[in-house]
Design a protein around this ligand. Structure first.
Ligand code: ADP
Ligand code: MG
Length: 251
């Protein structure tokens, strides 16, 4: 495959990405020449120690922050070529987000939260698709509840349904299970897994939890802003071993 083909087929991609924060003594190189693609139908876990650049990679790949050098693509659109308005539209229409804090709107019902991105975009919801999503997240009997009436796991499942509602090219999730107990976390991870398997979704998930990474098709490992390793079909045990090996290597 040529580079151009990869650019065409990846749901998201960063190429030779560099991100520098600050200047002088406080200058930090949070991304140091990272190239990686996130294809449709693949669940990618991004791992690495605290401060290794995981969130920065996600934010720059998703157009929430800009690179200092290199390029970020959603589909074949290079984010650096877009003005703020076009970037906002692209984020709304092509990208789904799930954050550690569920970020639901407390005054809206479950159903209104799920359709919020579509409502903001002025897009008519695809009712059949919404029914599938609501069925998949298992919240059919909670549609008229407010987020405060739901458990943490239920709230995060609403956030996942919201991220999927507009059939985005890619869903980015930053520590989506960080605030959940293991059972609720498993529900959310199972839901992301189904979005990949049954809907062909591209999912990119930042996590430091080897169990969470075990749901992914591939795990990427960052250290000091560099992509230092990748593992196909990761299992929790193998990921844990790899993380331990990195720590031994660093000390
Ligand atoms: P991770 O998500 O892996 O914990 P981050 O991407 O948040 O790592 O951070 C990578 C590096 O960039 C860290 O050294 C962090 O302190 C620094 N950093 C992140 N965001 C900012 C910012 N807005 N301003 C300055 N430095 C930042
Ligand atoms: Mg982070």
């Amino acid at each position: 495959m040529t580079t151009l083909d990869v650019v065409r087929t990846a749901a998201a991609r960063v190429e030779d990405a560099v991100k520098v924060y600050g200047a002088g003594a406080t200058r930090v190189r949070a991304l140091d020449h990272v190239t990686v693609d996130f294809p449709a139908g693949r669940f990618t876990a991004v791992m690495g120690p605290s401060g290794s650049g995981k969130s920065t990679l996600m934010h720059c790949a998703a157009g929430l922050d800009t690179l200092s050098a290199g390029s970020a693509y959603i589909g074949d659109i290079e984010l650096g070529t877009l003005n703020d308005r076009r970037l906002t539209v692209l984020r709304r229409e092509r990208i789904g987000f799930v954050f550690q804090a569920f970020n639901l709107v407390p005054t809206l019902t479950v159903r209104e939260n799920i359709t919020l991105p579509l409502d903001l975009a002025g897009a008519a919801p695809d009712r059949a698709w919404l029914d599938v999503l609501i069925d998949t997240v298992g919240l059919g009997d909670r549609l008229h509840h407010r987020p405060s009436e739901l458990s943490g796991g239920q709230q995060q499942r609403v956030a996942v349904a919201r991220a999927l509602a507009g059939r985005p090219r890619v869903v980015f999730a930053d520590e989506p299970t960080g605030n959940l107990d293991s059972r609720a976390g498993a529900e959310v991870l199972g839901l992301l897994r189904r979005a990949v398997d049954e809907m062909g979704q591209a999912v990119v998930m930042v996590t430091h939890d080897p169990v969470a990474a075990g749901y992914a098709d591939e795990a990427l490992f960052l250290a000091d802003g560099r992509l230092v390793d990748r593992m196909a079909k990761p299992s929790a045990d193998r990921v844990l071993d790899r993380l331990k090996a990195f720590e031994r290597g660093r000390s």
